[in-house]
Design a protein around this ligand. Structure first.
Ligand SMILES: Cc1cc2nc3c(=O)[nH]c(=O)nc-3n(C[C@H](O)[C@H](O)[C@H](O)COP(=O)(O)OP(=O)(O)OC[C@H]3O[C@@H](n4cnc5c(N)ncnc54)[C@H](O)[C@@H]3O)c2cc1C
Length: 411
């Protein structure tokens, strides 16, 4: 049996790994192996978009072990901060949190209780409620305006109003793995590209975009002149032709885009790994990778200036030069002057994740489609709700492979 997989992101590679002993598998990749988790490499490799993992990422951690990369997995307390009027407030220890001047003690206690409670909540029940209403009802206007609103804006741009409260609850729950002194995050020392390379070993990856225009009528699929018995589509849904989407009964899912400036620096900007920015700047977060991983692994300081947009949004559609100017102008607010910058790279992803709108749970895609032998998996699959992640995509890839094996009697 021959299976074509469209997209060599983590979903596609995971599906290929789980199928290769049962079928002849070919993966088609239009851009970068690794997709959104791909790296930029010079004398070292660094993810184009900041990446870390969590203790709860069971599927990812299992794969890291199976691929004999456990010795590379490190857990670090990642210091976080919050920038207001260009001043950065560290928010890690109880003392730092108490000192933060923009929330009252009462609001801080409410926030702490909310975080603790979120671990036990069935967030799906809140899927039809908007995030703004949910926060207002449960936590009040002050916490909404002085704490959550900037985070929501930086994560979803203007689309934040459409996001469901369920997303926030789940996100807070994931992020509540705190130790005294901060949050513990994981990373594969020297980069996640090592995982992607190991996953890609022994998998037949064909570089070349696949434009699916029509579906094969006879239960066979012809791709690039080659016949396949089954197809697993892991690329973004909007890339499918509209007619095809309706034939496959796929929902209309809105995506957000990512724009990120990665900068190499002579000196660090702060002592913090992740700073959320309340001010209306072009970036919503400043992420200093070399405050998380050792500087000696890179030989220079590395920082991301991260923004979210939409495929139609003004930011996503600016040229690279214009973006560099915009990012540099706003980075000056944190004391980053040109003399400190060694280089700057702009990375963009048009479809970087679904916008988890109200009622999104009904839009989560099944692996099977109405067309026998044609499967969909990836960021719109169940394991990637309510937070798309490396773990979710690896799980979606494994699960779609299981479904296909069962349909074709391979197990
Ligand atoms: C800014 C940012 C930060 C993130 N940070 C984290 C993090 O810290 N921790 C975490 O766990 N996750 C993080 N993620 C999420 C994680 O990277 C993704 O969830 C995961 O990599 C998605 O994998 P995927 O295979 O489902 O999709 P994708 O990576 O989108 O893979 C789809 C692949 O299909 C290819 N493709 C598209 N169209 C075609 C076509 N027509 N023909 C052939 N190939 C095609 C694409 O080039 C791509 O390689 C982050 C994502 C972003 C954008």
């Amino acid at each position: 049996m021959k299976v074509a997989i469209i997209g060599a992101g983590l979903t596609g590679l995971s599906a290929a790994l789980n199928l290769k002993e049962f079928a002849k598998v070919k993966v088609f990749e239009g851009e970068n192996v690794g997709g959104l988790a791909a790296s930029y490499c010079k004398n070292y490799c660094i993810e184009k978009f900041y990446h870390h993992c969590f203790r709860q990422d069971a599927e990812l951690l299992k794969l890291i072990k199976e691929l004999k990369l456990s010795n590379k997995l490190v857990w670090r307390i990642a210091r976080v901060g919050y920038a207001v009027d260009s001043k950065i407030y560290p928010l890690n220890t109880p003392f730092e949190i108490l000192r933060f001047p923009y929330l009252s003690l009462y609001d801080k206690l409410k926030l702490a209780m909310f975080t603790i409670k979120s671990r036990k909540r069935d967030y799906v029940l809140e899927d039809n409620k908007g995030v703004v209403d949910g926060i207002k009802e449960e936590l009040g206007e002050k916490l909404l305006n002085n704490f959550f609103m900037p985070l929501l804006k930086s994560k979803f741009g203007e689309n934040y109003k459409e996001v469901s409260y369920a997303w926030l609850l789940a996100r807070v729950s994931i992020r509540s793995n705190r130790k005294h002194g901060g949050e513990e995050l994981g990373y594969l020392r020297h980069g996640f590209h090592q995982l992607i390379e190991k996953m890609g070993e022994d998998v037949d990856v064909n570089r070349g975009e696949i434009k699916l225009e029509k579906l094969e009528k006879f239960g066979r699929f012809l791709l690039k002149g080659e016949e396949f018995d089954a197809v697993i589509y892991t690329a973004p849904i909007p890339e499918l032709d509209e007619k095809l989407r309706s034939a496959l009964n796929l929902p209309n899912i809105k995506y957000q885009s990512s724009v990120c400036a990665l900068i190499g620096l002579k000196d660090k900007i702060t002592d913090i790994y992740w700073t959320n920015v309340k001010d209306e700047l072009v970036f919503g977060a400043l992420i200093e990778h070399t405050n998380f991983m050792p500087l000696e692994d890179y030989g220079e300081h590395l920082a991301y200036l991260a923004s979210y947009s939409t495929p139609e949004g003004w930011l996503f559609n600016k040229s690279e030069d214009e973006l560099k100017k915009l990012y540099m102008k706003d980075a000056k607010r944190f004391g980053v002057d040109e003399k400190n910058i060694k280089w700057i790279k702009i990375f963009k992803a048009k479809y970087s994740g679904p916008i988890f709108e109200k009622g999104y749970t009904k839009k989560i895609t099944d692996y099977r489609t109405p067309v026998k032998g044609f499967y969909i998996a990836g960021m719109t699959s169940k394991p990637n709700y309510p937070e798309r992640s490396m773990n979710g995509s690896i799980k979606a890839g494994r699960e779609v492979a299981e479904v296909l094996k069962s349909d074709f009697g391979l197990i």
